[in-house]
Design a protein around this ligand. Structure first.
Ligand code: MRU
Length: 347
């Protein structure tokens, strides 16, 4: 990869500041768990898998900050750190998943003492990062089979290396197809209001020299009607037990457009994105973001003062519009409820 989304160096976490891309490539230093929580909230780091990995490092940093000598005090401290991290963004399940995994590791290793538990938590965060890159490479391998040579692909938001610990999910599939020698063209939805498409996906694909064209979100339908899109490929923030998918606002519109034009609509995500505790998409909490993300662009007001604003960060695509869920364990097709259970070996 030509850049690192997050890196552990000199006992600190460094995050590529995604609020400053594509113009400035700079890193934000996180020395405490609250630094990490703030960075997630402000979307310095964003994308479901990436914020999961960042949260894991947040847990390791938080554990390191604890001065208690009692196991119970350590447990309580870890719980508090976890709460601060999961309070940042509610939709992506990956933060909850990572915090839970780190809490379990802390509990297991507490038997060997607090110092040992702290060291193990840091090692666990590092393995979570490596596992994520590995999973994405596998998603790429599994997913690229579904991409015919010469495809014109629509993507929404950024589900790339920037949204993960590296390689990406939806963009991982595109990367893998390109590495396999397939000729591709990617249409990038700009993804209002935070512009993950124009600022981040365009930046990433340009770096990779993958042919691409930026479009405004409302152009996708026209391109489909003109026969210019062969398939759509997006990531996911949370997948319910029945295969409904929460992803960046606008994904549902893309899925419905694909359905109307009989164009394949694929979702690529690691299995850590699946939440079996949620039966269907209507139960997925949807984050609302600050009004200023819609009323300002680069500090410049673009809507009248006092206008009422609704800024929903995500929407839910019902499983019936999804052709396949591409995971590191393989691609699965309908019926998703049954096939997800099979994938996880739940009888
Ligand atoms: O608000 P964001 O930028 O964190 O939203 C990101 C998305 O919706 C991505 O598509 C999703 O997290 C998948 S990333 C591999």
């Amino acid at each position: 990869m030509k850049f690192k989304t997050l890196k552990w160096q000199n006992h600190k976490l460094y995050l590529l500041d995604q609020t400053r891309l594509p113009l400035i490539e700079s890193y934000v230093e996180c020395a405490t768990y609250l630094d990490v929580a703030r960075a997630i909230k402000k979307m310095i780091i964003r994308g479901a898998p990436a914020i999961g990995v960042a949260a894991a490092f947040g847990m390791a940093l938080g554990a390191r900050q604890l001065t208690t000598r009692s196991p119970e005090g350590f447990r309580q401290g870890i719980r508090k750190v976890g709460q601060a991290l999961i309070a940042t963004r509610p939709t992506a399940v990956n933060i909850f998943w990572a915090v839970e995994r780190m809490k379990q590791v802390a509990e297991k290793n507490l038997l060997n003492g607090i110092a040992a538990a702290k060291a193990t938590l840091l090692r666990e965060a590092v393995s979570l990062l490596k596992e994520d890159v590995q999973a994405n490479r596998e998603i790429g391998k599994q997913g690229q089979i579904l991409i015919p040579d010469g495809s014109s692909i629509l993507t929404h938001c950024n589900a790339g290396a920037l949204a993960t610990a590296g390689y990406g999910t939806a963009l991982g599939v595109i990367r893998a197809a390109s590495e396999a020698g397939k000729r591709l063209h990617v249409f990038i939805d700009e993804t209002r209001p935070f512009l993950q498409g124009s600022r981040l996906t365009a930046w990433e694909l340009q770096k990779e020299r993958i042919p691409c064209t930026l479009i405004a979100d409302n152009m996708a339908g026209a391109l489909m009607a003109q026969g210019k899109i062969d398939l759509a490929l997006v990531g996911a923030d949370r997948i319910a037990a029945n295969g409904d998918v929460a992803n960046k606002i606008g994904t549902y519109s893309v899925a419905r457009l694909c359905h109307a034009h009989r164009i394949p609509f694929y979702v690529a995500a690691p299995t850590s994105t699946v939440d079996f505790s949620i039966a269907n998409g209507t139960k997925i909490p949807i984050e609302q973001r600050p009004e200023a993300e819609m009323t300002f662009i680069q500090g410049k007001r673009i809507a009248p003062r006092g206008i009422k604003v609704l800024n929903l960060a995500f929407d839910v695509t019902p499983n019936r519009y999804i052709w396949a869920l591409i995971t590191e364990k393989g691609a699965i097709f309908r019926p998703f409820k049954k096939n997800l259970r099979k994938l996880f070996k739940i009888i």
